[in-house]
Design a protein around this ligand. Structure first.
Ligand code: GN1
Ligand code: MG
Length: 344
């Protein structure tokens, strides 16, 4: 409560309650008698430099607000002494205006939801094409360096510090077998990328289902468009949640892939190069493979990175991701055809 008062808020606080289900930061809804706010404690184990992080967030949101004043953009509130976040003994905190009358979905209710999220992320990519990627701080180095993620997995396997390797031999093998698919030899342009393009990071209008605002800007960095596309497919083109325990419910849906591809091109227009367009399906496989390896590594290392609710949580997540990789590989040619069908 005292921390919230450090920010330049309107009204007096009526309530504070938990919000959302991110794996990294702690998020609350703060209601005052005149406004609602999103209040977050930044996870500084993961975001080691909150100054750089908040600089990126302010730079990007201020650019979007100035250039696209009619679109909804997250509005961060400074502290009373003008800082971008508040630091005290218990951590680093930030505040933004809560966006009302919206929903965030953990899985698409239908392909329209996924289509709308794609339009929003495509648009986001297009709107930021005039923003100089090099001016952003690299918040988490090697974030989507899949080869490095594989090295981390190999190290975790070697150390086997929790004795869990015996349960995941098959999954480790699956990841090792795909090493040669990582380096494609194609160099793609550096862009401003979101790097966490999950369906639930687009707020949809609760009545119309249209995309309202892209959120969770923590990992905005210079990166590759195909990875943003791919991460969205990883999460949203599955028929089940990322942590579905019943694997028979988890499938890669070509129908959802098609809906996203159509929406993405409706949003991004012709802002991508031919190489980027051609590599979109590869981005989907890579992001899913990479995320599977990250969950598997964290499982082997004793669940120190991702928040977990039960001991096998990271293993369950690994299994869904690897299942999706397998099915994407089987459908790769169809994915390529769909991309060609919708490209402008
Ligand atoms: C994390 O913060 P959250 O829950 O949206 C992670 C992403 C993973 C995702 C898997 C900074 O995202 O990279 O894809 O979990 N974010 C970070 O659900 O590591
Ligand atoms: Mg995130």
């Amino acid at each position: 409560m005292d921390i919230i008062k450090q920010f330049d808020i309107r009204g007096s606080v009526l309530s504070i309650s938990p919000l959302g289900n991110g794996h990294i930061n702690d998020t609350c809804l703060v209601v005052t008698d005149s406004e609602k706010y999103t209040f977050q404690r930044i996870n500084t184990d993961i975001f080691k430099n909150p100054d750089d992080l908040m600089d990126n967030l302010f730079a990007v949101t201020e650019y979007l607000k100035a250039n696209y004043p009619n679109d909804k953009t997250i509005n961060y509130i400074r502290t009373k002494d003008g800082k971008k976040y508040f630091r005290c003994d218990s951590g680093c905190y930030r505040l933004s205006v809560y966006i009302d009358n919206v929903i965030a979905l953990d899985s698409a209710r239908n392909s329209d939801d996924f289509y709308e999220s794609a339009v929003a992320f495509g648009n986001f990519q297009k709107k930021l094409s005039g923003f100089k990627a090099q001016t952003l701080h690299e918040i988490i180095p090697d974030f989507h360096n899949t080869a490095w993620r594989l090295e981390n997995l190999k190290n975790a396997v070697k150390a086997d510090k929790c004795g869990r390797l015996k349960d995941v031999k098959e999954q480790v093998e699956f990841c090792l077998e795909r090493e040669s698919s990582i380096d494609t030899g194609v160099t793609l342009p550096l862009r401003v990328t979101h790097n966490d393009t999950k369906l639930n990071n687009v707020l949809l209008d609760e009545k119309t289902g249209k995309g309202v605002c892209v959120i969770d800007l923590d990992t905005i960095m210079p990166g590759l468009s195909v990875n943003d596309f791919g991460d969205a497919i990883r999460f949203g083109a599955s028929t089940a949640a990322e942590d579905e325990k019943d694997l028979s419910k988890v499938h890669f849906s070509l129908e959802l892939f098609e809906a996203y591809t159509r929406g993405y091109f409706d949003g991004v227009g012709n802002a991508l190069t031919d190489d980027e367009v051609r590599m979109l399906p590869h981005g989907a496989v890579m992001m899913t493979y990479e995320c599977g390896m990250r969950f598997l590594t964290d499982y082997l290392e004793g669940d120190t990175y991702f928040k977990t609710s039960y001991p096998e949580h990271n293993l369950v997540r690994t299994l869904t991701q690897l299942r999706l990789v397998d099915e994407m590989e089987q459908n790769y040619d169809k994915m390529l055809q769909i991309v060609q069908k919708y490209r402008p």
